[in-house]
Design a protein around this ligand. Structure first.
Ligand code: NAD
Length: 307
């Protein structure tokens, strides 16, 4: 029988507790160290946090109350960081966004674990090379950035830096995928990694349009929710846009009378790659991908009582 995977979570706030729930539901043992809970001398608040996450799953039929109890029984709180991280395959660091605090935590972890554990930081804004600077085992420190609510949104953005050892990103990816997460690899250290750049660009347009009197905030959100946002959530922006022109991105400039733009060639090749990696259900050519999009849209419109 495969050995149960041991995961440690350091910092059990909004993000740490959500990821711990995912790991527990996929068979891991999870040990937790949280500084403020230790200072308060009680783990009751942390237990309550975990229970409220599982209550969401119970209320929505994702698991039964008995199953939730089984999951929670594999969650262990420790008043010593060293005890929490010993033997862990991966330590998810979810302490507040202060570089010096994260450095201090990594030193304590690596004094116990050496290079046997991957340290994955949930940081939204710090770069992996800065996180690993001066560490005992810098090769093992990466960014694994989730999205709130982290117990529901599957995305984890993985980013390594100049010290990252070969194979670490792949090892981390395999662990998160075993929890049902979906990983993307950010291949450069850029502010906002991949997904927050999309978020920010969208928010910039919202601010500009609402401030400029183009539309109300309510209409702005409707424009996203009932138009491009709905489509993006189903099959992504690149594929959805390419399906809007027969022949995809390679015909875009011709159709709209624009001069040749080599970025469209890269996008066209990207769409080919997306389709190649699709399952049969998702459709491996534009027509069947369109049929898949239509099916998903109808399901969502029914949920929203719009069909
Ligand atoms: P939070 O304030 O909800 O939780 C932080 C927890 O860390 C607290 O429970 C606190 O007691 C504990 N803590 C503080 N110092 C500690 C230390 N030295 N050792 C151990 N525990 C310590 O914060 P959060 O929102 O969960 O954010 C955590 C990390 O996740 C940050 O790096 C943040 O940028 C990132 N993140 C947050 C979000 C979000 O939407 N909140 C989304 C993605 C990533």
């Amino acid at each position: 029988m495969a050995e149960t995977q041991r995961i440690a979570v350091v910092g059990f706030g909004m993000i740490g507790s959500g990821l711990a729930a995912n790991a527990l539901m996929h068979g891991c043992d999870v040990s937790v160290y949280d500084l403020l809970a230790c200072q308060r001398g009680s783990f009751d608040g942390l237990r309550e946090r975990m229970r409220s996450i599982f209550q969401v799953f119970i209320d929505n039929g994702v698991c039964s109350p008995d199953e939730a109890e089984e999951y929670i029984a594999r969650l262990h709180f420790s008043d010593q960081l060293a005890d929490a991280v010993r033997g862990a395959a991966l330590v998810q660091e979810c302490v507040p966004e202060r570089l010096e605090d994260k450095h201090a935590v990594y030193r304590q972890i690596q004094e116990v674990c050496g290079d046997s554990a991957i340290i994955a930081s949930s940081t939204s804004g710090l770069f992996p090379s800065d996180l690993a600077e001066g560490a005992l085992c810098p090769g093992n420190i990466i960014v694994a950035h989730p999205f709130n609510p982290s117990y529901l949104l599957p995305l984890v953005e993985l980013c390594g830096g100049k010290y990252t050892a070969p194979g670490i990103i792949d090892r981390a990816k395999a662990i998160y995928e075993s929890w049902g997460k979906v990983c993307v690899v950010c291949q450069k250290e850029v502010k906002g990694f991949v997904a927050n750049r999309i978020n920010w660009a969208c928010m910039d347009v919202c601010k500009e349009q609402i401030w400029g009197g183009v539309c109300s905030a309510e209409d702005m959100d409707k424009a996203i929710m009932f138009g491009p946002g709905l489509r993006m959530a189903m099959i992504g922006q690149t594929l959805a846009t390419s399906l809007g022109v027969e022949g995809g991105f390679s015909k875009f400039n011709e159709k709209y009378g624009h001069p040749h733009d080599p970025r469209f060639d890269i996008l066209a090749a990207g769409v080919d790659e997306i389709l190649q990696h699709h399952t049969e259900e998702q459709g491996r050519d534009p027509d069947s991908a369109n049929a898949y999009l239509n099916r998903l849209l109808i399901e969502v419109l029914r949920l929203k009582h719009l069909m």
